[in-house]
Design a protein. Structure first.
Lengths: 265, 340
């Protein structure tokens, strides 16, 4: 009971820190009043701080989640699915798709939807890690990618499971479409404080929450909306083409993976 | 060059941190050249087709960074030309200073990218997986399975594609991917079930089930709460928030150490710290020393009026400490061939 309570508290606090880290550029007023805020110092310190926060969060979530998914079947299935999804990213690096399109999000969503939120989080985070290792993409942006892709898998695991096939595919398509924009909008937050330029679109130390959100919305509309539209439409096409057959295949294996032999008492 | 992976981590940390904190173009260009040289000297084992086209990416980043800043930032004294003021966002004076500032931002990004690409090219994926803390042994196992099975997945894809081609399928349009991707997924999951049975047969999970100790969970929770408090403190303007985050980080690190003690790991190859590794670390530490001695001289701003950036020979010499791996390769005696 105490263990469950501690585990629940860990998830709640880690989620709060994750949200805080991603929303930091909207909230931060710390540097200017302290005399450090000449702009450049804040521009450097804020991304470093948020990377630190996301990394600490990820460190705790990974160790907590792995303990709950440690069966041999889960470990093997996770490893193989991560390998398959990472291969898609490897192909994407060789043959880049249009705009922000990436074929890796559809399998993460489907994996999380069938195998559950914990599996989905680990699938998303590990796919980003492994594909970064094989495509030479390890960098300070990696914790953000892991965390955000983990959220995609986790939230997919929390979706309802309609019994009607048509409702199920519409739900998955809508979910994939929305995350096409969300992923880009969240990942932009990592680089946004680095940009300098017009005051209506760039971040500055000490501006209020409302002003930050207005500036970020303007920045997103001018620089990212078209790019992320390609990601969202790509997700929709992949989900429409492969969603239901993949869900059926994964569901069949989910049942087989849950089979457990117990000694008769 | 085979070096302990920990020496490369120190090298990466020093180079990456300097690239983030430097805005002087001379030092950035020096860092960029060093990172490229080290990659070319030390990553000869990576086939060319597996490397990212760095210079192509770099030119794109520099171009867009310069263009974006020049069009949207209308500060600076030297006006190149003007766009109609009524044009939203980009209307106004296009200045040389804004273009240079954008170029410097891009240069900083590609220098950082260059260090990470060099690190990824030099250190094999298996050694990177070996860096996984023992507390994350299941995650490490998933990582190793995934890295091991990627070539197998690509091979399986080719086999299925050939088999479908023999049956008369033509690879045209996206719908034709159905008979390839779904069998690929199913065969992959079949392999996962076989692999799990092999793992169980070889003893995976057969040891006494040790659950995570409550003290480790409590330490992680305390660490996260301190981190949250520190981050909120910084939002409200308290510099002591950094101290709270540092203590939180230490609590989480303590929990990791505690959990790592419960897991024993064997290594096939003995990792030995060599004299070369010591030289590489010393070179990186000399470069990092700049931050302690002369942090401010790394800064440069083209605003409000463009001036030539300063260059300090001592700082340049200290940055050269990061080139130690390339210098060692250059002056290394050729291996003596032993006749069979």
């Amino acid at each position: 009971m105490r263990s469950k309570a501690l585990s629940f508290a860990l998830y709640v606090v880690a989620a709060m820190i994750g949200i805080l880290a991603l929303a930091y550029p909207f909230l931060i007023v710390a540097f200017a009043p302290l005399g450090i805020g000449d702009g450049s110092a804040s521009t450097t310190a804020t991304p470093l701080l948020t990377t630190l926060l996301v990394s600490l969060c990820l460190a705790v979530l990974l160790v907590e989640l792995q303990g709950q998914a440690a069966g041999a079947k889960t470990v093997a299935a996770l490893g193989i699915m991560v390998a398959a999804t990472s291969t898609l990213r490897f192909i994407e690096v060789g043959i880049p798709g249009p705009g922000g399109f990436s074929p890796i999000f559809a399998p993460i969503i489907l994996g999380g939807y069938v195998f559950g939120a914990r599996f989905g989080f680990l699938l998303g985070a590990m796919t980003m890690l492994v594909s970064a290792v094989i495509t030479a993409g390890v960098g300070p942006w990696l914790p953000y990618q892991m965390f955000t892709a983990g959220w995609i898998g986790l939230t997919a695991g929390l979706l309802p499971h309609p019994s009607h096939g048509r409702a199920e595919i519409f739900l998955l398509i809508a979910f994939a479409f929305v995350w096409g924009f969300f992923y880009g909008a969240i990942m932009n937050l990592y680089t946004w404080p680095y940009f300098s330029g017009d005051a209506t679109t760039t971040w500055a130390a000490g501006i209020g929450v409302g002003d930050s959100i207005r500036r970020y919305a303007a920045f997103y509309l001018t620089t990212s909306l078209v790019w992320d539209s390609a990601a969202a439409l790509g997700n929709v096409i992949l989900m429409a083409a492969f969603g239901l057959p993949t869900v059926r295949a994964l569901t069949r294996f989910h049942g087989r993976m849950q089979y457990q032999a117990w000694q008769a008492s | 060059m085979t070096l302990d992976v920990r020496a490369w981590v120190v090298w990466l940390f020093a180079g990456g941190l300097l690239a983030i904190l430097t805005s002087n173009p001379f030092y950035l260009i020096l860092l960029l050249i060093i990172s490229r040289l080290v990659e070319y000297a030390c990553a000869s084992h990576i086939p060319q087709q597996w490397r990212l086209p760095f210079w192509r990416i770099a030119i794109v980043i520099l171009f867009f960074s310069t263009l974006f800043n020049a069009l949207t930032a209308h500060f600076g004294q030297t006006s190149l030309f003007a766009l109609p003021a009524q044009w939203p966002l980009i209307g106004g004076d296009i200045t040389l200073e804004a273009a240079v500032f954008g170029f410097l931002n891009g240069l900083r990004l590609i220098t950082l990218l260059s260090f990470f690409l060099a690190f990824n090219s030099i250190v094999p994926a298996s050694q990177l997986a070996g860096l996984t803390p023992r507390a994350l042994h299941e995650i490490g196992l998933v990582l190793l399975i995934a890295i091991t099975y990627i070539p197998e997945t690509i091979g399986q894809y080719r086999r299925i594609r050939d088999a479908q081609a023999i049956r008369g399928y033509r690879m045209r349009g996206w719908r034709i991917w159905h008979p390839i991707l779904i069998p690929l997924l199913i065969s992959g999951l079949e392999r996962a079930l076989n692999l799990s049975e092999t793992m169980v047969a070889r003893g995976y999970g057969s040891t006494t089930n040790v659950s995570m100790p409550a003290r480790a969970r409590a330490a992680m929770l305390a660490g996260l709460l301190l981190t949250l408090a520190g981050a909120l403190r910084l939002v409200w303007g308290g510099l002591d928030g950094w101290a709270l985050i540092a203590i939180g980080g230490l609590a989480i690190a303590g929990a990791y150490l505690d959990l790592s003690r419960q897991v024993s790991r064997t290594q096939y190859y003995d990792r030995r710290w060599s004299l070369t590794a010591t030289w590489v670390v010393n070179g990186a530490l000399i470069a990092l020393g700049i931050l302690l001695v002369s942090r401010r001289s790394l800064n440069y701003s083209p605003y409000p009026d463009l001036t030539a950036p300063p260059f300090d020979t001592w700082i340049g010499a200290a940055i050269l400490g990061l080139a130690v791996p390339a210098i060692i390769i250059l002056f290394r005696k050729p291996a003596i061939e032993v006749p069979a």
